[in-house]
Ligand binder design. Structure first.
Ligand code: NAP
Length: 296
């Protein structure tokens, strides 16, 4: 029985960060300063702590000036806005990342919208999202997870997706919407599905490229996948085995069921998640270069 080609996020992310480190070293030599990334973490969320630590480690590996600002969860919105304001004005910082989720008493949109769009390495600011929605994929900072997904798709199909049907499951501003814009910019014919879509399984089965970002553990089974399709599993779900008392990380796709049907498939873990951090580094370097050019 043939099996899907596995798209190795770990290896691909390694190549991206190696290239970023090389260009960052040149930037540092030329500009007399390192590209700078500031990560702001509010509260003690354990998953966020893990993400922030690995972002800091990767930034150091890429040769960046890396700052992590850890704040207690009783920080007020005004205090957080003041931190963002300081980072906006700090010339040693090119990228600002506000780790989500924020505590309930803070309006996340207000904080994300306060980040200087030129330093918005998450690509969530309306200026960057708007440019992307208008079809500009060169100027804006593009959200890291969708940027990483496109990188993975390019390894299988190249840059031009003309004639291909892409179906995106999920319409979040972090994944579903921006990946749809990127697929469209690459000439795919794109359909976006969500929780109100009728007969979503049959729709998914029409996809040459299926991107799944719904946060539902292993929901997409064999019957959802067109034979030979490229399947990108964005989901990260922790499920418990009651009998063994252990937890396991799984995607939104039933990996074992998809493996003999799909043409190419991303694993969880070791797939899209790896690419997200690598693209954050690439975005920080892009922001640093754009800011340096402006200051010349
Ligand atoms: P989200 O904001 O919760 O959005 C989920 C989307 O899926 C919504 O559009 C929702 O539809 C749709 N949906 C939910 N249940 C559905 C169902 N039964 N059938 C069809 N559509 C359904 O989630 P997100 O932030 O996009 O994240 C999605 C998944 O990706 C999560 O598992 C998250 O942990 C993971 N993720 C991974 C990375 C990474 O780096 N690997 C990065 C970001 C997210 P409605 O809009 O109609 O509610």
């Amino acid at each position: 029985m043939t099996q899907a080609t596995l798209i190795d996020g770990k290896a691909l992310a390694g190549k991206v960060t190696d290239a970023v480190a090389e260009v960052a070293a040149r930037f540092t030599g030329l500009r007399g300063r390192q590209p700078g990334l500031a990560v702001v973490l509010v509260g003690e969320d354990p998953a966020s702590q893990v993400y922030v630590r690995s972002k800091g480690r990767m930034a150091a590996k890429c040769g960046f000036h890396s700052v992590t600002l850890r704040q207690s969860d009783d920080l007020s919105e005004a205090e957080l806005l003041s931190i963002v304001d300081q980072l906006n004005g700090d010339d040693t910082i090119d990228g600002i990342l506000i780790q989500l989720p924020l505590p309930d008493h803070i309006n996340a949109d207000a904080v994300l919208n306060a980040v200087d769009p030129a330093k918005d390495v998450d690509g969530f600011h309306p200026v960057n999202a708007g440019r992307l929605a208008s079809g500009d994929i060169d100027t804006p900072l593009i959200p890291c997870t969708p940027a990483g997904i496109m990188h993975m798709i390019r390894t299988i199909h190249g840059k031009d997706l003309s004639g291909m049907a892409a179906v995106v499951l999920g319409r979040s501003t972090i994944v579903g919407r921006p990946i749809s814009q990127l697929l469209l910019a690459a000439n795919a014919t794109v359909t976006i599905a969500h929780s109100r879509t009728k007969d979503i399984q049959a729709l998914a089965r029409t996809a040459d490229i299926l991107v799944v970002a719904i946060g539902r553990p292993q929901m997409v089974g064999a019957d959802w996948i067109k034979p030979g399709a490229t399947v990108i599993d964005v989901g990260v779900n922790r499920i418990e085995d009651q009998n063994l008392g252990t937890t396991q990380l799984v995607g939104d796709v039933d990996f074992d069921a998809a493996l003999p049907i799909a043409g190419a498939l991303t694993p969880v873990p070791g797939g899209v998640g790896r690419m997200t951090i690598a693209m954050l580094m690439a975005n920080t370097l892009k922001a640093a270069e754009a800011r340096a050019k402006q200051n010349v």
